[in-house]
Design a protein around this ligand. Structure first.
Ligand SMILES: Nc1ncnc2c1ncn2[C@@H]1O[C@H](COP(=O)(O)OP(=O)(O)OP(=O)(O)O)[C@@H](O)[C@H]1O
Ligand SMILES: [Mg+2]
Length: 290
């Protein structure tokens, strides 16, 4: 496990914060991060890189906390998701599990999100824009960080609107830290695709998905990559994840097509499980909500 933090080093954060152990607080003076550990990165990020206020009570903000890598949840096409414990040593009240989603730079990514998602997005910093165009090492790090910031901002926005997304704790460089959806023992919630449920239960899950799609649509957004793999089911409640590509239904020329595709993906999945749902009806409902 000792080199598990290596993947974040492979795509260096674009903004370099000093994440060294700050001025050591006397109470923690004898604590040193061990293998697969680092000091909590919370003190090193700016307020805009922290999740929406009020912070949930479980968010550990102490500068004396350690981040411990507990394992990998999933390696994906363009990011890997790790299970992380953030805890103050010897203080059980300040211990929480987080999901750390780390974007790879494009050299280490086997999948490139289509340009349709990014149409109209601009890069304000000209040095970054040039680096992106050149695809230099800095440019690749900028690209990875852009996805992590895009996902963090989308999570914040949807959280504030009351959509059932994991609470976004913080973003730093190419890493997004968010609420871990799963059990306290570190078992992650299954994706909808893995859930065994009868017709009535599936019907209830479908209704929850329509509700969350309506929250997105009312704010003018479509998820853009909605599927049974980007929905987690925890204790009967649906959470939607994987948001970096959310699309503005009106401003993005492909917005309506992507919203339609989300509707088709979801309805086909349920219909294959004999819970027949009509994609066109759902699409019409989302248009009315938007
Ligand atoms: N907050 C979370 N809590 C628990 N598990 C999570 C969380 N976020 C992600 N995961 C797990 O990691 C997987 C990948 O996450 P996500 O879909 O965001 O990344 P991805 O890179 O798009 O992956 P993929 O290429 O498989 O779509 C999820 O399917 C889920 O199993
Ligand atoms: Mg995904």
């Amino acid at each position: 496990m000792s080199d598990l933090f290596a993947s974040s080093e492979a795509s260096p954060p674009v903004r370099l914060f000093d994440a060294s152990p700050f001025d050591v607080i006397p109470a923690f003076a004898d604590v040193e991060p061990g293998d697969a550990q680092r000091w909590s990165t919370w003190p090193a990020v700016t307020p805009s890189e922290r999740g929406p206020l009020p912070w949930p009570a479980w968010v550990v903000t102490s500068a004396g906390a350690l981040d411990t890598e507990l394992g990998i949840l999933k390696t994906g096409k363009e990011a890997d998701v790790f299970l992380l414990e953030r805890a103050v040593p010897d203080d059980p009240a300040q211990r929480t599990l987080l999901a750390a989603k780390r974007y790879r730079d494009s050299d280490h990514s086997s999948f490139h999100r289509s340009g349709v998602y990014t149409e109209g997005r601009t890069t304000r910093n000209t040095r970054d824009a040039r680096a992106l165009a050149r695809k230099s090492e800095h440019g690749r790090a900028v690209a990875a960080a852009q996805w992590s910031f895009a996902e963090f901002q989308a999570l914040c926005r949807m959280w504030e609107l009351g959509a059932p997304v994991p609470y976004p704790v913080q973003v730093s460089g190419s890493e997004v830290l968010m609420e871990f959806i799963g059990h306290a023992d570190g078992t992650a919630a299954p994706r909808l695709a893995q859930v065994r449920a009868d017709g009535a239960q599936l019907g209830g899950l479908y209704d929850q998905i329509v509700d969350l799609m309506r929250v997105f649509a009312s704010a003018g957004f479509a998820h853009g990559d909605l599927s049974a793999y980007n929905l987690l089911v925890h204790e009967g409640r649906v959470r939607v994840i994987d948001l970096p590509q959310i699309v503005d239904i009106v401003a993005n020329p492909q917005g309506l097509d992507l919203l339609h595709r989300d509707c088709v993906n979801i309805c086909e999945w349920f219909t294959r499980r004999r819970v027949e749902r009509d994609a066109e009806e759902l699409f019409a409902e989302m248009l009315a909500a938007s």
